[in-house]
Write a protein that binds this ligand. Structure first.
Ligand code: NDP
Ligand code: OXD
Length: 314
């Protein structure tokens, strides 16, 4: 019996070490060292090569090392076994930090003061907006959206959130479905996106959506903040909206192509903050422990937790 560790784009070694310590006595193989395909019972993956998992006839479960599973589900030959994704307090907390950081960055005009410092200009803002003046809309009210929305509300932002199914939460205005989206956009001076990438969300952050955001908000134009997935956004539309003033600013952690190509104008647009898809990293310590516990529980006959609904795509 073996565990296949298929990780691309991240350093696999810390994961290998953690799993070797947590599940001693199990053979840990990689796509390069995989010889006995029939022995592989579990696959632990991040962006695995397409077709690889279909070659494992006795696979019982796939464990994603990330919260988003779009890269796994994009494999047309994915075997019909459960996929468990990451739901991890550490990852959730990091995403909350990133969202709060970027909402405050735009609220408190961080770029303006960075530029002023560079030029040694002493000029204050005599019309400073407060969090209470700036309405935030959060697209996606799942594990990450709920935590970020709660942190923003605690800072005094009036927060709304949008999900596929109806939700309620104290202090948060909840919207759902297509009609709910229109209503939420109309009251979003800052739009935070924490949606998964699925057939229904691909390209949702586009010119038509930006046109529905209010232009008369306290910041002088809407702000887009996306840490969901790059293919949720149409980057040409974001740049056009920033150039025309339909958007006032943006913070982007994820991109249509990653790494963001050097020639992308997003790198040097004065109203854009770019981070390298690290809003919330997967830390081997906590996540490997949770996956090892899931494997042991599965072997005791207990159900897997955080199983992806393939029909919904997340
Ligand atoms: P969840 O599955 O917990 O939440 C997803 C939310 O999106 C749910 O509220 C869901 O609605 C909503 N949703 C999905 N599809 C639609 C739709 N068509 N219309 C309206 N709402 C929709 O996911 P997480 O919160 O754990 O993670 C969200 C995403 O964040 C991940 O999929 C991943 O892409 C990204 N991510 C990015 C990271 C980074 O570092 N940049 C790190 C980790 C994750 P409902 O509640 O009704 O199901
Ligand atoms: C994730 C990510 O999905 O890091 O966990 O993007």
């Amino acid at each position: 019996m073996s565990l296949l560790l298929a990780i691309s784009g991240w350093d696999a070694e810390p994961w290998r070490k953690r799993f070797a310590a947590l599940l001693p006595g199990r053979a840990l193989v990689t796509p390069e060292t995989l010889v006995d395909r029939a022995a592989a019972r579990y696959a632990i993956v991040w962006a695995p090569p397409r077709g690889l998992l279909a070659e494992l006839p006795n696979l019982e479960a796939i464990f994603s090392l990330g919260a988003g599973v779009d890269a796994i589900l994009s494999d047309p030959n994915l075997p019909d076994v459960p996929i468990a994704r990451v739901v991890d307090p550490d990852l959730t907390a990091r995403m909350g930090e990133w969202v709060v950081l970027h909402c405050l960055t735009h609220l408190r005009q961080a770029r303006r003061y960075e530029n002023q410092q560079r030029e040694r200009v002493w000029a204050d803002d005599d019309d400073q907006a407060a969090a209470a003046d700036v309405r935030v809309g959060v697209l996606g009210f799942g594990e990450l959206g709920r935590d970020a929305a709660g942190k923003l509300a605690a800072l005094g932002f009036p927060v709304a959130a949008w999900s596929a199914s109806p939700k309620t939460a104290p202090g948060i205005a909840c919207f759902d479905g297509p009609a709910g989206l229109e209503a939420m956009l109309a009251r979003s001076d800052m739009l935070v996106c924490l949606l998964p990438l699925t057939a229904s969300t691909r390209g949702i952050l586009n010119a038509a959506l930006f046109a529905k955001l209010p232009r008369d908000g306290r910041l002088g134009g809407p702000i887009l903040i996306n840490a969901g997935r790059g293919r949720l956004q149409v980057e040409a539309d974001i740049l056009a909206a920033l150039d025309s003033g339909v958007l006032k600013g943006a913070s982007l952690d994820v991109f249509e192509i990653e790494p963001l190509p050097r020639e992308s104008r997003l790198w040097r647009h004065p109203a854009v903050f770019v981070t390298p898809h690290n809003a919330a990293i997967s830390r081997p310590d906590s996540i490997a422990r949770a996956i090892a516990a899931q494997i042991l529980a599965h072997e005791r006959g207990e159900p897997l937790r955080n199983v992806v609904d393939r029909g919904r795509g997340y």
